[in-house]
Design a protein around this ligand. Structure first.
Ligand SMILES: *[C@@H]1O[C@H](CO)[C@@H](O)[C@H](O)[C@H]1NC(C)=O
Ligand SMILES: *[C@@H]1O[C@H](CO)[C@@H](O)[C@H](O)[C@H]1NC(C)=O
Ligand SMILES: *[C@@H]1O[C@H](CO)[C@@H](O)[C@H](O)[C@H]1NC(C)=O
Ligand SMILES: *[C@@H]1O[C@H](CO)[C@@H](O)[C@H](O)[C@H]1NC(C)=O
Ligand SMILES: *[C@@H]1O[C@H](CO)[C@@H](O)[C@H](O)[C@H]1NC(C)=O
Ligand SMILES: *[C@@H]1O[C@H](CO)[C@@H](O)[C@H](O)[C@H]1NC(C)=O
Ligand SMILES: *[C@@H]1O[C@H](CO)[C@@H](O)[C@H](O)[C@H]1NC(C)=O
Ligand SMILES: *[C@@H]1O[C@H](CO)[C@@H](O)[C@H](O)[C@H]1NC(C)=O
Ligand SMILES: *[C@@H]1O[C@H](CO)[C@@H](O)[C@H](O)[C@H]1NC(C)=O
Length: 506
């Protein structure tokens, strides 16, 4: 349906009232240092002043530090390995590695934080290599991600990093610190402990982007804004989902699946290496600038990009600031999640048809539909994300040619990490039922323009989406390139620390 310019003006005027159009972009990063000088920095999801652990029965000494709080960091390396000598590995896991693994309490209490935080997780084939045959109750984990590639919308696995093709990766170490040198030192230490009992399969070095881009993913948008809190761990901020512990941690309140007792407090870690084609994305956004009157052509391009993502680069949701970025909202964690896509304050606003504020296809709406399906069900389909960008900034040559270099040292993207107690209800549900669903919420919404693909289609297959034009919701925009390319990954289980000298070592 066509919208008159008058109606769009009326609709957007509401947003104008909330927006502060002429503010400079903020110059502090998303990763804000804590009071005590520390290697760890905090984003929206890990404000220690909001900690309410006194209510919690969770064992923060046993739960690995990346799961609930995040080893929020400037640098993080993912070190994938295979187990060559299980007997030696088990012995060293118990005698030396366990003591290096960073707990939630060690992240929460700044005086306990190590120079380099270490976490460890195992694939299903890794548990098998250790002769651990207990059923963890998650068939996606058991099958491994390689077998799941088509279900996730990947156009086959020819773009996958070869180490991920198969089930040969047995585990991953996560090393997080403020410098690459600290991480290298700890990797050397771990390798000297484990010796030939493991073999390195693959390594991916993540790093926060520099300067003002800190906390932003490579397309430039503030990342990690919409995270759930776990009941008893933190109080939710306005608009933040609060989930039962069992949504994230197996065997805890709200997890209905039977699990072996040694696994309680662990979590499934979905890892994906997601390459981002930044110059191509930027060109596409330029070429599809909208025509909203009163905006410059640059603002119209920015608006189009924001309507693909659902947020502005500052993190401000377009649902609260529909015409221009508002860095004040983006930077304020009491405001940047405080929306539902519904607008009860506007008489007659119909969330089921009206995309003036935000397209149904927008990435943030696809990955968390908030009120689209009625009141948001608190305890299902939530994940905690703990990813970090990888790869260098875009080079001048790439910018000038609108094309990502084929030089593998210039590959960039997101080292995606998601925790949940049930992969089928968490990451995989989001990917299949929402992100890759062409008819999400309404017929012909289209797939998520950032990470969505239709099952079985070839790389760069044309994808039609609707809703991007606030002047004509039905206008079809055709995406002709995969801005995000899956380079594969694996499903892991991040066990409770006690298991490292218990079930996994015996
Ligand atoms: C969408 O909502 C806005 C704001 O209330 C209104 O101006 C506009 O007319 C609505 N559009 C449609 C198609 O209903
Ligand atoms: C694993 O089980 C096999 C078969 O029972 C046995 O031969 C092997 O020694 C076990 N390995 C370890 C490390 O326990
Ligand atoms: C942090 O750890 C130190 C050293 O173990 C301890 O003395 C202190 O009480 C802990 N602080 C909190 C808030 O738990
Ligand atoms: C160790 O891994 C490398 C790839 O990272 C591989 O080429 C090599 O064959 C592996 N060695 C063993 C003993 O499996
Ligand atoms: C903590 O427990 C008290 C008493 O049961 C309850 O009133 C309060 O709401 C709880 N707080 C949180 C954040 O769960
Ligand atoms: C904006 O207007 C120009 C010129 O009229 C047109 O070529 C372009 O397709 C329009 N873009 C959109 C998104 O409607
Ligand atoms: C959150 O949104 C509600 C409803 O729009 C509003 O009343 C409240 O003031 C907002 N809170 C903040 C901190 O902006
Ligand atoms: C890059 O894309 C922009 C936007 O479409 C265009 O103006 C420019 O000419 C392109 N540069 C090259 C080298 O193709
Ligand atoms: C995309 O939409 C256009 C009409 O705008 C249609 O001709 C084309 O067949 C559609 N393509 C796909 C892949 O759905």
């Amino acid at each position: 349906m066509k919208l008159s310019f008058l109606s769009i003006f009326v609709g957007l005027a509401v947003g104008f009232a909330l927006a502060v159009p002429e503010l400079e972009r903020r110059n502090t990063g998303f990763l804000i240092s804590m009071d005590t000088p520390t290697i760890f920095e905090q984003g929206n999801s890990i404000d220690l002043t909001r900690r309410v652990s006194t209510n919690s029965t969770l064992d923060f000494d046993d739960i690995q530090g990346d799961i609930l709080i995040g080893m929020s960091k400037n640098k993080e390396t993912f070190f994938f390995f295979s187990i060559q000598d299980a007997t030696t590995f088990k012995s060293k896991l118990s005698s030396d590695i366990k003591a290096l693994v960073t707990s939630t309490n060690q992240i929460l209490n700044t005086t306990l934080q190590p120079t380099t935080a270490v976490n460890i997780a195992f694939s299903s084939s890794g548990l098998a290599a250790l002769n651990v045959t207990d059923d963890l109750g998650d068939s996606d984990f058991t099958g491994g991600q390689f077998a799941d590639a088509n279900n996730l919308g990947d156009p086959g696995t020819s773009n996958w990093v070869s180490a991920f093709t198969g089930t040969d990766i047995h585990g991953v170490f996560l090393f997080a610190s403020d410098t690459a040198q600290n991480i290298d030192d700890q990797i050397t230490n771990v390798q000297s402990i484990l010796g030939d009992s493991i073999n390195e399969s693959y390594r991916l070095d993540g790093a926060a982007r520099p300067d003002d881009e800190e906390g932003h993913e490579h397309f430039g948008y503030l990342d990690g804004v919409s995270q759930p809190v776990v009941e008893g761990v933190q109080d939710p901020l306005p608009g933040q989902a609060s989930v039962a512990a069992g949504t994230i941690l197996v065997g805890t309140d709200g997890d209905g699946i039977s699990r072996p007792s040694w696994a309680i407090g662990g979590s499934f870690l979905v890892f994906r290496q997601l390459q981002q084609k930044v110059p191509e994305f930027n060109k596409y956004v330029q070429d599809h600038a909208l025509n909203v009157s009163g905006l410059t052509s640059e603002e119209n391009a920015d608006l189009f990009g924001a309507r693909l993502v659902g947020r502005w680069k500052s993190g401000a949701p377009i649902d609260l600031s529909p015409l221009r970025d508002d860095p004040t909202i983006g930077a304020d964690n009491t405001m940047n999640n405080n929306f539902t896509y519904d607008h009860p304050e506007i008489s007659g606003f119909d969330i089921s048809t009206n995309q003036t504020f935000c397209p149904f296809s927008a990435h943030t709406r696809k990955t968390r539909p908030r009120s689209d399906f009625g009141t948001e069900a608190a305890n299902v389909h939530h994940i905690i994300r703990a990813g970090i960008p990888y790869g260098p900034e875009v080079t001048d040559d790439e910018t000038a040619s609108n094309t990502s270099s084929t030089d593998s040292s210039l590959e960039r993207g997101l080292a995606f990490v998601a925790y949940q107690s049930d992969i089928a209800d968490g990451f995989k549900f989001m990917q299949q039922a929402w992100v890759d669903n062409f008819n999400f919420f309404k017929a012909s919404t289209g797939v998520d323009p950032i990470i969505g693909r239709q099952d079985g289609t070839a790389a760069d297959a044309l994808r039609n989406i609707t809703g991007t034009n606030p002047l004509d919701f039905d206008e079809v925009v055709t995406l002709d390139i995969d801005f995000v390319v899956s380079r594969g990954g694996e499903y892991f289980f991040s066990p409770p620390i006690s298991a490292l000298s218990g079930a996994l070592a015996s």
